[in-house]
Every structure is written in C-alpha cells, then in structure tokens.
Design a protein around this ligand. Structure first.
Ligand SMILES: [Zn+2]
Length: 472
C-alpha cells in the first residue's frame, strides 16, 4: 500500500520528542492530524534471519493499549476490566509480525530501519469483529422507515421484508457483483480499525444462492489483507416455499448443502437463528450436531427476543460462541460463566432497532462469562461495522467499562474466531495488524468520542495500509 508521508501544511502540533523519550508522567495535548513522519534512516538492514524484509520501527508512541508478552487467557469477571498498556513506547516490526516493543528509553538505534515517528499517537490492536453479514445485495433503508412508522421486526418480516427481502435480492445478483459490493464495504471497514472479520451466509436460502454467498466469502478471504472466517447460516430464516414443509428445508441444509460446503471448504463455522418464528431449539440442535460432524463448530444467533434453551444446547454442543443475548435469565448467565462457549454481544442491533431488550452485561460479566463485542454488520438491523461505535454503545447502554469494551472487541473477538494466536493484542510474534489514534488523553476518550473518527492510521500485515490525510 502507498505510504503517504508527503509534507503537508499543518497546524501547530506538539513537537515530536527525541528518541530518548519523555517522562512517563507527561501527557500530550490532542495532536492535530499530522501525517505519520517517515524518517529515512540509511540503507536497509536485514532482519535476524537475514531476510530482505523491510523492518519498520515506530517511535514516540503515546501508549500501546492491550499489550502482552505472552498470549493472555480469556479475561473473565474482574479481569475483564484489566487492559495492560505501555506509555511512551517504541515498536519494531519485521515483515508482517511484531518483533518487540518497549519503553522509548530502550528504543534501538534507528539506522537501517524504516522509521515512523508516531508523534505521541496511541496504538491499539485491530478490532476483531467476530459476527457480521457483510455479503449482501442491497441496503434496506425502506424498512428503516417502516420502523419509524411503528412496524415491529416481526411485522416487517411478515410483510416479506427482513431476511427474506435480502434473500430475494441476493438470489438475483450475479456472484461478481456481490463480490464487488462486499469488497467496497470491507475496504471501508479496514479504515475503521477492523483487522479480522467473520462473515456469514444466510441471505441465499436456496442451494445455489447459499453456495454463491459462501464462494463470495471464499473469494474475499483470498483477496483481503485481513483474516476472514466464513460461517454457514443456511438456517437464518425459513424460505416461504418451505412453510408447510420445514423438514424438507432442514434436509436441504443438512443432507445437500453441508456435504457440498465441506467438500469445497467453504465454511469454518455453522450458525442457526434460534428464535420464535425462525428455527426451534430442536432444529438448532440438529444443525449444530450436523455441523460438528463436518468439523464446523457452532456460532449461533440466540436470545435476541426470547430464551428458548439455546444457550444450554449450544454449550452442550461445544459451540464457539452464542451471539446476541439481549434476553438472558439467571440460569443462562450462570451456565455461560462456567462454559468455554463465548458470549458475544451485539449492542448496535438493539440500538438500531430501538429495541428495549438490552443485554444485562454487568451481570453477565459478574457471572464469569467470556464476553465478546461484535458489530452484526447487516443491511437490516445494523448497517454499520464501526467497532469503535460498538464499544461506545457497550459503555453507554450496557455499562461496560472502556477497558472491558476494548478487551471484548479485540482479544476476545480474536478468540471467538480462533485467531488468538495471531491477533487480538500487541504481542511479540503476533501479526502486525493495529491502528493508531490521535493522542488520547485517556482510554475512556475513545468510547466517549462516539461520533469522532479518532483513527488516523492503520497497519495491516506490518505495512502502513491507510493514513488519514490532513485537510489543512
Ligand atoms: Zn447476526
């Protein structure tokens, strides 16, 4: 990617500190959007293996948030509020990996490295968004207006809107066009700090269209500069033609689609929308068991509007995560507190639906559940993949602390996609996917500034992928 570091006229900004670093107690004022300063530092130096990879050194980092020397375990209970950080730091990259980081006072000599003077900006590991429906044919803003006019989610679905509306449009759209639309959305997400993404099928709902969706996701995997995980969600809604014959649709999913998906390696997980009017507990159990037989762990939609026993069933089936969880009872929270199955919250969905159900996140955290935050990016109930806003809403509406929200959206998001060895925290050996924000006065400033674009640069695979242009 282009590294744009041309001199641009700038407003007065804090003077970059020298390589000797600053006193820890010194905090910066909010920096103007000055471009990262790339310093020419002589001939390239080889890395420790003698490879010709370009090694990159980031200096004068205001704070590295979510850092660790070893892979952290899931943070449960009070641990979730602990977000390790390092102020006044440097970081060294080799190829697509983080090699080391430490206080500026220990910063290596710059000769031979490509050096970025970050001028006090803060660094966060990329968001790991473990729940999205990024591949879709068209937005559904007309339903937005239906809702303003007072129609409920179920009434809109009954009018042929909702998921079935998306399915009709997706079935009609050629694969190449679907892919092109999804690429545009994905590129936009990268600038918002997303560095790993799960994408579901479930707007196909026919043999051909589900495969088409999953092939689009496969093509995205090959094209995107970030890891993508694919989830088969054929059981998203019952197509109307199967209204009188649910068993035939279940057979289509289990007997016909699953073997084909496994044969082509099109999915990493299996999903089912277990909810009144969608799929029953028994059907959800059947889907999860069938997925397991093909090596696809479950990540299921449940407890969005009703408790139906899906959480206990998912835990029993060894599901990776249960997602939504706006409606939770005490037994379910207790079960999640003792389970390996992660509890993935999607606060932007009820926000957008103006739904009164809100996950009792504080009780859920107290129960010891491993809490994840994800976007649920989809055209019907969350037309946004902005993870920084997901974190803001988790704080504002679910009363999660900023530290808890960042843990849930980065480290735990990586766990929810089985990517924790690569992503989720700033760690030696981890993939160098991270973003730089303007210099923050404190961590809370990030979720507090819910309408602001604080992300000023994005590194993916150790390379500067995007940098905000100074406009003045
Ligand atoms: Zn969803």
């Amino acid at each position: 990617m282009a590294q744009r570091c041309a001199a641009v006229a700038q407003r007065a900004r804090p003077k970059p500190a020298g390589l000797q670093g600053r006193a820890n107690s010194e905090r910066r004022s909010i920096a103007a959007a000055a471009p990262l300063k790339r310093v020419a530092a002589g001939p390239k130096r080889n890395n420790i293996n003698g490879n010709k990879n370009e090694m990159q050194l980031l200096t004068n980092i205001g704070c590295i948030w979510q850092q660790a020397q070893e892979l952290p375990a899931l943070r449960r209970g009070a641990e979730l509020a602990k977000l390790p950080y390092l102020r006044d730091a440097y970081m060294l990259l080799d190829g697509d990996r983080i090699v080391e980081f430490g206080p500026m006072s220990d910063c290596p000599a710059t000769a031979g490295y490509t050096v970025y003077d970050t001028q006090g900006r803060d660094i966060f590991p990329s968001f790991c968004d473990s729940h999205s429906h990024l591949v879709f044919a068209a937005p559904r803003q007309e339903e937005f207006v239906y809702r303003i006019q007072g129609l409920s989610y179920h009434e809109i679905a009954a009018k042929g809107g909702g998921i079935l509306n998306s399915a009709k449009r997706l079935q009609a759209m050629p694969e190449e066009q679907l892919l092109a639309e999804a690429k545009k959305r994905l590129l936009a997400l990268l600038r918002l700090g997303t560095g790993a993404l799960e994408i579901k099928s479930g707007y196909g709902l026919t043999y051909e269209a589900e495969l088409k969706m999953l092939r689009v996701i496969k093509a995205l995997k090959a094209w995107a500069p970030i890891p993508i995980k694919a989830t088969f969600l054929g059981a998203h809604a019952l197509p109307p033609e199967y209204k009188e014959n649910r068993a035939a649709y279940m057979d289509l999913l289990i007997e016909q689609l699953l073997p084909k998906i496994a044969e082509e390696g099109l999915a990493d997980y299996i999903d089912v929308f277990c909810e009144k009017g969608f799929f029953s507990l028994e059907e959800a159990q059947r889907i999860m068991e069938a997925g397991k037989a093909y090596g696809l762990p479950a990540k299921i939609h449940c407890n969005q509007f009703n408790s139906m026993g899906a959480i206990e069933a998912a835990i029993a089936a060894g599901a990776r995560s249960v997602d939504h969880l706006e409606v939770l009872n005490a037994e379910e929270m207790k079960a999640l507190g003792q389970a390996d199955t992660l509890a993935c919250l999607l606060p932007t969905a009820p926000f957008f639906l103006n739904d009164e159900h809100r996950t009792p996140a504080r009780k859920l955290i107290e129960s010891g559940a491993a809490v994840v935050l994800a976007s649920d990016y989809n055209p019907g109930t969350t037309p946004s993949g902005r993870m920084a806003f997901v974190c803001s809403l988790a704080c504002i509406q679910l009363r999660m602390l900023p530290e808890e929200a960042i843990n849930a959206a980065s480290l735990h998001g990586a766990y929810a996609m089985d990517l924790e060895q690569e992503l989720g925290c700033i760690r030696p050996g981890a993939k160098a996917n991270f973003f730089l924000t303007e210099a923050l006065p404190s961590l809370a400033y990030l979720p507090y500034s819910f309408g602001s674009d604080l992300i000023e640069a994005v590194f993916l695979n150790g390379k500067l992928h995007w940098e905000k242009q100074a406009l003045d």
